[in-house]
Design a protein around this ligand. Structure first.
Ligand code: MN
Length: 565
């Protein structure tokens, strides 16, 4: 088992205790390939060490499968290693239990995972875990291989990319590629084998020429070398260029690492002086970083033998951030405490923020408003959203504070209308229960049940409120319609005169209409009378005939009618 990296960590660090504990816990356990289980934990820990995530995260990485696979619990870890490490391990254990939906909305799933990992270190340790699982994928049964590879390509590699962890993202994609697209992978390998070797050889010839020219111009590059484009990244690019290799200029690119930003632009000038630039191919990702924080200058030139070559120019610090992404932040945080390493990082502090912070801000902007980055490294993404699951593992994205009723209406208005109860994570809860990310919500319905007006006092979303009001109004309309009107009420305003009532009743008698009730009221000045009279339900024609006759009675001022129950 590879433990060399552990020796680089000071003896008194908690990492060593975590190692000893995990080693004992996993003592009798083996991986599929026959290796001791601990070898996996060590690899995950090593990645976190290389990404400089800090001792708590490295310890959590070593312990990440203890609660999952052994007799020890999160509580044991809490007692022995404290709250922070226990919290990280618990997050990882929860994530392990999460079942990916069969037909997920990929974007929602990524958001879910981010919101689920309240602390981004949980996600990054998970990525390290995934990286090692992908490296040892060949030992798993075919079904699990496909599943793992698919998840890696659809979910984890894009998440790593968004965190600016470019190298990791590319590595994950390349590990998944042969499983997800086996035919295409074989084809690409065959097609590019010679090309890669040949272009790499060509780049090697260019390195001393450019190095010499830079030095002649007073630029002492930190490093000049070539990098080969990753297979999956190449494949993706080929899809955009009709699978035409001749259109791919960066299969092998030259990379110049400088000390300062000024030197980046100076080096660019040197390159352009030496070789003619290809038109419209210059990209300044320093002035305008990519959405994920990537910074570099890219140019394509007609190089020696008039061949086309892409050149990438960046500072050492940009290079580090491009490769490590968000993990570079923790590295930076730690460097702040260590005066020794401070010199290497000078210049960083002068900047208001690292590129990845603005990258996260950009990312986050798409979903919510302002992001105030938390000092304690807690993720603040989607702070006004919760992501909950249906029993079928579909992810539902709701406003924070949402209740089971909001959830029910989101599933379907019928589910909302007929909701009589809810279970969260298998336990019955009240309907005003506040849902949390990761909750599995089950709605209990009863056919024909109607929503309660009281729900309006606690539901959170506007659309839920609208649904409830609609259902309540529809209910009232239904009730009226069902009962229907039972009488016609005539209202007559007339000059108060003797014999008027007799004239009215004789009109009803002549048209063979029974009077159910009759009342008469005279106003205070004894001048006008209001007569209210009810008959059974009558056809509209008959009502109109009666109204005409009533208006003709001497003294009538006004006649109206309405249907009543
Ligand atoms: Mn694991």
């Amino acid at each position: 088992m590879a433990t060399e990296w552990l020796q680089k960590i000071p003896k008194e660090s908690i990492v060593h205790e975590a190692y000893a504990f995990a080693l004992e816990a996993h003592e009798n356990e083996k991986r599929m390939n026959g290796d001791p289980y601990m070898s996996h934990c060590l690899e995950v820990g090593k990645s976190c060490f290389e990404w400089r995530l800090g001792d708590a995260a490295i310890a959590a990485a070593l312990l990440h499968d203890v609660a999952e696979n052994t007799e020890f619990t999160i509580q044991d870890i809490r007692e022995k290693f404290g709250e922070e490490i226990a919290f990280l391990v618990e997050g990882l254990t929860k994530l392990e239990h999460f079942q990916y939906p069969a037909n997920p909305d990929i974007e929602n799933l990524r958001k879910f995972i981010i919101s689920f990992c309240e602390d981004l270190r949980v996600l990054i340790i998970k990525l390290a875990d995934r990286l090692h699982n992908m490296k040892t994928l060949e030992y798993l049964p075919k079904e699990r291989q496909d599943r793992f590879a698919w998840e890696t390509m659809e979910i984890y590699a894009p998440l790593a990319y968004r965190l600016g962890m470019q190298r990791l993202s590319g590595e994950l994609d390349d590990l998944a590629f042969p499983y997800v697209h086996p035919e295409e992978y074989k084809w690409l390998l065959k097609e590019t084998k010679d090309d890669y070797a040949e272009r790499q050889e060509y780049a090697r010839r260019v390195v001393p020429i450019i190095t010499k020219e830079l030095e002649k111009n007073g630029i002492r590059p930190v490093n000049v070398d070539s990098r080969a484009k990753r297979y999956f990244s190449l494949y993706r690019k080929l899809l955009r260029y009709d699978m035409d290799f001749s259109k791919i200029y960066d299969l092998v690119a030259l990379r110049i690492i400088t000390n300062t930003v000024t030197e980046c632009y100076a080096a660019l000038g040197v390159v352009h002086q030496l070789w003619q630039p290809f038109p419209n191919r210059f990209k300044d990702y320093i002035a305008r970083p990519k959405a994920n924080g990537y910074r570099s200058l890219h140019t394509t030139v007609f190089c020696i033998d008039n061949r086309i070559l892409e050149v990438q120019i960046r500072t050492e610090e940009m290079h580090e951030e491009n490769e490590l992404g968000i993990a570079a932040h923790w590295a930076y945080e730690q460097v702040k405490d260590s005066k020794k390493r401070k010199a290497k990082w000078k210049g960083v502090e002068n900047k208001k923020e690292l590129a990845w912070v603005s990258q996260l801000r950009n990312w986050q902007k798409n979903f919510t408003g302002e992001l105030e980055f938390l000092e304690d490294l807690k993720t603040d993404f989607f702070k006004d959203r919760v992501f909950v699951l249906t029993p079928e593992n579909d992810i539902i994205d709701l406003t924070i504070g949402a209740t089971p009723i909001d959830f029910a209406y989101r599933i379907h208005s019928d589910v909302g209308d007929q909701c009589v109860g809810a279970k969260v994570n298998g336990k019955i809860v009240s309907l005003d229960y506040e849902l949390h990310s990761g909750d599995v919500v089950e709605i209990i319905t009863q056919r024909g049940k109607k929503p309660s007006e009281s729900w309006l006092s606690f539901v959170k979303t506007v659309s839920t409120r609208k649904h409830i009001k609609n259902a309540l109004n529809a209910g009232r309309r239904m009730l009226r319609k069902k009962a229907g009107p039972t009488a016609v009420e005539f209202k007559i305003i007339t000059v108060d005169r003797p014999g008027y009532l007799k004239d009215v009743t004789s009109i009803f008698a002549n048209s063979k209409t029974n009077i159910i009730s009759l009342s008469s009221q005279t106003d205070s000045r004894m001048k006008f009378a209001t007569i209210t009279l009810r008959s059974g339900i009558l056809p509209q024609q008959k009502i109109e005939k009666l109204l005409v006759k009533l208006k003709k009675i001497a003294g009538t001022r006004e006649v109206s009618h309405r249907f009543v129950q």
